[in-house]
Design a protein around this ligand. Structure first.
Ligand code: GLU
Length: 373
C-alpha cells in the first residue's frame, strides 16, 4: 500500500502542531521541517502536485506574545494565530525555496469550503497555484473564525481541501503512527490496523478509545477526515511525523493506517453529481453537441440553443436534447444570466461578450455525467 503515495497525482500533507513546534521551548523545529521539505521536493520532482495543510500558528504565536500555558480564550488564540502565522508561512517559504519551490499562503475558513461561490474561488486559486508549480501552504484563518464557524482542527480542513481539489492521497502526519484497536499506552495487546476499508461503528469505537495525546480532536477528527477524504475518492493515511523524513519512511513501509477509497476522485465526484444534487435549470443542446458529449467531450457554449431555469455558477443543471430528453447532468461553469449571453458563441468570444475570461466550457467533461443507455 506504500506505493499509494508514490502513485498519487495530487497529495495533501497535513502537519500537526506537535510536530512543528517544540513543546518545551515553543519554537519551530527547523531541522525537522527542512528534512520534510526534502521529502516534498522529491515528490515535486516526480511531477506530483503537493499541497500542505499546516497547523502551528497558535503554538508558535502564543510564545512570541508570552501567553501563559494552558487553554487560551478565543481572542487570545486568535491573536496568537495572527502572530504565529507570519512566522509559520515564512518558515515554509524558506525551506521550500532551498529546493527552488515557491510557497503560497492560503488561509481558509469553514465558509470557504461550504459556500459554493467561495468554494469555487478557493478551488480556482489552488488550481492556479498548482499549475504554476507553487506549493500552497494552507491553514485555517483562525483570526476571523469564531467558535461556531470554525473547523478548529486541521484534520477535517485537510480532508475538505482534498475533496475540493480532487486530491488522490491525503497524508496526516501526526504524533501517533496509526489507528490501534485499543489505547497503545494503556493496553499492551493493542494492535495497529494497517488498512481500514470501511469506517464502521467498530472503527469509530476504536478511535474513541485510542486516547492519543494529539490536539483537541485526536483520533476522532482523523476518522471524520477519513470519511470525507475517502468519500471524495482519496486514500488517506495516518502516519507518524515523529521521525525525520516521514514521507520517505512511509514509502519504505513504515507503520501506518491506510483508509482506502474505492473510487477515483473523478468517479467519486461524478457519482455525487449523478446522485445527490437537485438540478436548478437545463441546457438544451443541438445534435452536434449531443454527439460530442456522448463521445466524451465537454459541453461548449456554441452547441447550446436554450438556457432554462435559474442557477448560479457551479450549480447542477440538466443537459437535454431538442426533444427534451435528458442526455446528462453536470455543474455549469456560468450562472444562468451569463450562460444566456454566450450560448451559440465560440469560446474565444466569451471574454468579449462578458468582459471577463471564464472557462471555455459551459460544463467541463469532468463535471458531467451522461445518462446511461
Ligand atoms: N489552525 C491552528 C493553528 O495553526 C491549528 C488547528 C489544529 O491543531 O488542527 O495553530
Amino acid at each position: 500500500m506504500s506505493h499509494r503515495l508514490a502513485d498519487a497525482k495530487r497529495v495533501i500533507i497535513k502537519i500537526g502542531s506537535a510536530l512543528l513546534v517544540d513543546q518545551d521551548t515553543g519554537t519551530l523545529r527547523r531541522a525537522w521541517l527542512e528534512a520534510l521539505a526534502q521529502d516534498i521536493a522529491r515528490l515535486k520532482g516526480r511531477g506530483q502536485d503537493v499541497v500542505i495543510v499546516s497547523s502551528g500558528a497558535i503554538a508558535l504565536g502564543r510564545r512570541m506574545i508570552e501567553l501563559p500555558s494552558g487553554p487560551l480564550k478565543l481572542e487570545e488564540s486568535q491573536a496568537a494565530a495572527a502572530i504565529g502565522q507570519v512566522a509559520l508561512a515564512h518558515a515554509y517559504a524558506e525551506v521550500l525555496a532551498q529546493h527552488g519551490f515557491v510557497g503560497a499562503q492560503v488561509l481558509l475558513t469553514l465558509k470557504d469550503t461550504e459556500e459554493r461561490r467561495r468554494y469555487l474561488n478557493a478551488r480556482n486559486t489552488l488550481f492556479s497555484l498548482l499549475k504554476r508549480g507553487a506549493v500552497p501552504v494552507i491553514n485555517e484563518n483562525d483570526t476571523v473564525a469564531t467558535s461556531e464557524i470554525r473547523y478548529g482542527d486541521n484534520d477535517r480542513l485537510a480532508a475538505r481541501v482534498s475533496s475540493m481539489i480532487a486530491a488522490d492521497c491525503l497524508v496526516l502526519l501526526s504524533d501517533v503512527d496509526g489507528l490501534y484497536t485499543a489505547s497503545p499506552e494503556a493496553n499492551p495487546d493493542a494492535e495497529l490496523l494497517p488498512e481500514v476499508t470501511a469506517i464502521t461503528a467498530d472503527i469509530e469505537a476504536m478511535a474513541g478509545k485510542s486516547g492519543t495525546t494529539v490536539g483537541s480532536g485526536g483520533m476522532i477528527t482523523k476518522i471524520e477526515a477519513a470519511r470525507i477524504a475517502v468519500g471524495a475518492g482519496a486514500h488517506m493515511v495516518i502516519a507518524s511525523g515523529r521521525i525525520d523524513h516521514p514521507l520517505a519512511a512511509l514509502e519504505n513501509g513504515a507503520n501506518c493506517t491506510w483508509f482506502t477509497a474505492s473510487a477515483s476522485p473523478i468517479a467519486a465526484r461524478k457519482k455525487w453529481i449523478a446522485g445527490t444534487l437537485e438540478t436548478s435549470g437545463a441546457l438544451v443542446v443541438d445534435d452536434g453537441a449531443a454527439n460530442a458529449l456522448r463521445s466524451g467531450k465537454s459541453l461548449l457554449p456554441a452547441g447550446i440553443t436554450t438556457v432554462e431555469g435559474r442557477f448560479s455558477r457551479g450549480d447542477a443543471v440538466r443537459v437535454v436534447d431538442g426533444a427534451g430528453a435528458e442526455i446528462g447532468r453536470g455543474l455549469c461553469a456560468y450562472d444562468c444570466a451569463d450562460a444566456r449571453k454566450i450560448i451559440g458563441h465560440k469560446s474565444r468570444e466569451i471574454e468579449h461578450i462578458l468582459g471577463y475570461r471564464g472557462r471555455d466550457e459551459m460544463i467541463h467533461r469532468d463535471d458531467l455525467v451522461l445518462v446511461k443507455g
